[in-house]
Design a protein around this ligand. Sequence first.
Ligand SMILES: [Zn+2]
Length: 187
Amino acid sequence: MVNLAKRGKLVDNVCLICNKQMESTMHALWRCPSLKRVRVFIKGVRADDHIQFFDFIFSCTSRLLANELELLCLVFWRVLFRRNGKVHNSAAIDDKNVVPWASSFLLDFQQANGPKEVDSKVGSDGVRIVQDRPSWCPPSVDSYKINTDAAIDVANGNVGIGIIIRDHRGQVMASSARMDTTPRLWK
Ligand SMILES: [Zn+2]
């Protein structure tokens, strides 16, 4: 709101959630009184008075472990989502749910992108069968590999597709992702 007011887009720069203070980036993502429980959850973060958001992030990079910094970035993302939901849609997300949501998202992301795991199961003869999960391997020299994926959201009639083309070194030659919100593709 402060940035919009500076550019002449708004007259009022007060935070629309607490209606008390100017909504700077620092206020919107960290200092707003409505984020009290978010600040309690995140340990080891100190915001000096009048610090700008960029300097705040910079100070966090030296104070926090990589995993904590990743969580903090996700918390900012969720806080912004919460703020926009309240301002534009009157949708309420309790501030106490912000950090658990971010933690859960981070865990899911790390598990999906972590070291390759090996699945195993015990067959009918009692012998454990080990199955490597499929992993990507590059094509032969002077060849390209195309990987695609698609997802269908039946309830809302959305189809999303993604495509990526890589060479034998694994370098990306081209990629594209798009969502089609018209159900004609699959009806
Ligand atoms: Zn506020």
